[in-house]
Design a protein around this ligand. Structure first.
Ligand code: DX5
Ligand code: ZN
Length: 236
């Protein structure tokens, strides 16, 4: 189990332009080394995809694996960014907080109680995020201003790494930016050197990249190339 990271440190780690490697595409037989490679290259936000076989077809990883990597991530000055693609997400918040999550994001489509869910995550001391699928209009999160620290706009349909970026995403993120208030905007799916710049121009600041980093021959180089494309250097 990992020691807690203060709220200010959490906010700091998520602020500014950040590339968040998604370990979904990493080699799970050597997960610790894969995380070390990208953190040595400058990554500070490690994205952790949880799928339950219901909200999306695949089943991935849960609190046990989060707990296994949290100390490593925190000791390297990073944060664990948990993306829940699960039904009834409220039932799992405390487990992930206990496992060392710094931000917990659930899907708006997975609960009728987004407002209450965001409050519950903050009460656990984590940053609170809400995600919307490509088919969900930005208006679905318009009433959550002040409650969400982060809004995640999916730029592919959730469930798998390596899918093609949905080309209408920049326009959607521009609309989201108009109503998102203080919340950070994160994008996830099909992000790489060819797409990250367009999403930054649209207003996103947190960029999840899975296959573009861990599917590359050298994940550290791939991370650095995506970061450089939006002006982030290793010391930022
Ligand atoms: C997909 C996950 C993503 C995934 C992205 O549902 O939420 O985080 O790892 O993979 P890429 O970057 O390959 O599209
Ligand atoms: Zn994700």
């Amino acid at each position: 189990m990992s020691g807690p990271v203060g709220t200010a440190a959490r906010s700091d780690a998520f602020s500014g332009i950040r590339i968040a490697p998604s370990i979904l595409s990493a080699d799970f037989a050597r997960l610790g080394s894969a995380i070390a490679e990208v953190m040595d290259a400058g990554a500070r936000v490690i994205h952790f995809d949880v799928m339950d076989g219901h909200f999306v077809p695949p089943i991935t990883i849960g609190p046990l694996v989060a707990s296994a990597i949290a100390d490593q991530v925190h000791q390297a000055g990073g944060v664990l960014d948990v993306h829940l693609m699960i039904e009834r997400p409220e039932l799992q918040f405390s487990e992930f907080a206990r496992a060392g999550a710094d931000c917990i994001t659930f899907h708006e489509e997975a609960t009728p109680h987004s407002h209450r869910a965001l409050g519950a995550i903050r009460e656990l001391g984590c940053l609170a995020g809400v995600a919307i699928n490509p088919g969900t209009p930005v208006e679905a999160v318009a009433e959550l201003d002040g409650m969400a620290d982060l809004i995640l706009a999916m730029t592919v349909n959730p469930g798998w790494g390596g899918q093609a970026f949905i080309e209408s995403s920049p326009a959607k993120v521009r609309r989201l930016k108009d109503i998102s208030g203080e919340a950070l905007i994160q994008v996830d799916g099909g992000i790489g050197t060819a797409t990250v710049g367009r999403m930054a121009e649209a207003g996103a600041t947190l960029f999840v990249a899975g296959s573009a980093i861990f599917g590359a021959d050298d994940p550290a180089v791939a991370y650095s190339e995506i970061a450089a494309a939006v002006g982030v250097s290793a010391g930022d």
